[in-house]
Design a protein around this ligand. Structure first.
Ligand code: ADP
Length: 403
């Protein structure tokens, strides 16, 4: 049985099934023309969620019979991406070494497409690391972003890519997609419910299909879907937020800020939202462990132990019970006194490390494992309980930590 979500099952595999976005995917659309000419460069797809960015990238890969690797910048380390790129490159250079006269990749005509969702979440240095591979043709990069790429994508990558703008899907487009969904589920829907669903989906085909699927599960018999059922499904759908999306960052950030402000009620509210949305409990607990040191620190060193214990509990217990451990921890951390002095002092010390590099360490506190080192004065006149500054000469007497 195909257990994939409805939205995945219905994902178009070729341009003819792709709905709307006429300017790019229509008969005279740019993607169609480029695919026909075979002249495919790297792309940045800019458009709202559920408008078809991932789908379009896969269609391009299908049409070109390219190898396709999909990543999300939210949960992927740049190393994972580089591994794939490295493999593509090895395939290419091995072909050269075999003396085939032609690169293996070219000989087989198989291109490699690396799709990176939410590419704007990679920072400048991370985006920089793709450049050489885009330039030398090892890969075709397709980056998807919901944010304006002029601000979020580095210039050199932009200038080597074609920026394609996708719009919110039109109500008529969503209607077509809804009809496909109903057919797949062998369901019917009342007109008022359909209109409401289309309006609420707000141009996002994924939301539309996910809501339809939830509504379908809420009704056991094969009755027509009604307005109250669609409303109920929409409410649940909005809670099951896209864990990789904007909402995920907004909610965790609000949770942390509520604890920082010692606002127990707000902390519990945002915690409940994350738990109901199926957020990974370890992700929440990990942030609590960091918070215990960064925001509470010396004011209550036990906070770190509590946060660690919450993490362990989440690890061993899991949902649903571990939500009680999370709540317990959240209340403790929110009510605890706050002190960022250790964290802030560390950041100041870090500034000096970055500014001055490796300054020479005073001779008298250097380790002196050999005779020569002793002769050179390493460890000479070392006083264990001295009040003297132990910092390098340039930073002598510098204070980072107050008190
Ligand atoms: P995103 O823009 O967020 O990458 P996706 O391409 O992943 O969106 O689309 C999510 C789902 O919505 C797909 O699996 C597909 O079922 C449906 N979908 C999105 N755009 C279209 C479209 N233009 N035509 C048909 N279905 C679409």
């Amino acid at each position: 049985m195909d257990t994939r979500p409805l939205a995945d099952k219905l994902r178009p595999t070729n341009l003819d099934e792709f709905v709307g976005q006429e300017k790019i995917a229509g008969k005279q659309g740019i993607i169609r023309k480029l695919l026909e000419s075979g002249n495919i460069s790297s792309f940045i797809f800019w458009g709202p969620p559920g408008s078809g960015k991932t789908t379009l990238a896969r269609i391009i890969a299908n049409t070109l019979s390219a190898r396709f690797f999909e990543f999300s910048a939210v949960n992927t380390s740049i190393k994972d991406v580089e591994k794939v790129i490295g493999q593509s490159r090895t395939r290419l250079t091995e072909g050269e070494q075999l003396g085939l006269g032609q690169r293996v990749g070219e000989q087989q005509g198989q291109k490699t497409i690396v799709f990176i969702d939410e590419i704007h979440r990679f920072n400048k240095a991370q985006q920089d690391s793709f450049l050489p591979f885009v330039e030398d043709g090892t890969i075709i990069l397709i980056g998807a972003t919901t944010e304006n790429p002029s601000f979020e994508v580095i210039g050199p990558l932009l200038s080597r890519s074609r920026v394609i703008v996708l719009n919110l899907l039109e109500p008529g487009d969503l209607k077509k997609i809804l009809e496909r969904g109903l057919e797949e589920l062998h369901r019917s829907i009342n007109d008022d419910a359909a209109d409401f669903l289309i309006t609420s989906a707000n141009g996002d085909a994924r939301t539309l299909l996910n809501t339809l699927e939830l509504a379908d599960q809420l009704v056991v018999h094969k009755k027509s879907l009604t307005l109250p059922i669609i409303k109920q499904a929409l409410q649940r759908e909005s809670l099951i937020y896209d864990r990789a999306g904007e909402e995920h960052y907004n909610t965790i950030s609000s949770f942390i800020k509520s604890m920082r402000a010692s606002n127990v009620d707000a902390a519990l509210y945002y915690l409940a939202r994350m738990v109901e949305a199926g957020e990974d409990p370890l992700f929440i607990a990990r942030r609590m462990v960091v918070f215990a040191s960064e925001d509470i620190g010396m004011a209550d060193p036990q906070a770190l132990q509590v946060a660690n214990a919450v993490f362990r509990a989440c690890e061993t217990i899991g949902y649903p019970e571990c939500r009680e451990n999370l709540a317990h921890g959240a209340v403790y951390l929110a009510k605890a006194p706050k002190d960022r002095s250790a964290y802030e002092a560390y950041m100041e010390a870090l500034e000096d490390v970055k500014r001055y590099g490796n300054l020479p360490i005073p001779l008298h506190i250097r380790n002196a494992p050999t005779k020569l080192m002793k002769q050179l004065g390493y460890g000479k006149d070392y006083q264990p309980y001295t009040k003297e500054s132990l910092l390098p000469e340039k930073l002598k007497g510098k204070k980072y930590y107050p008190g």
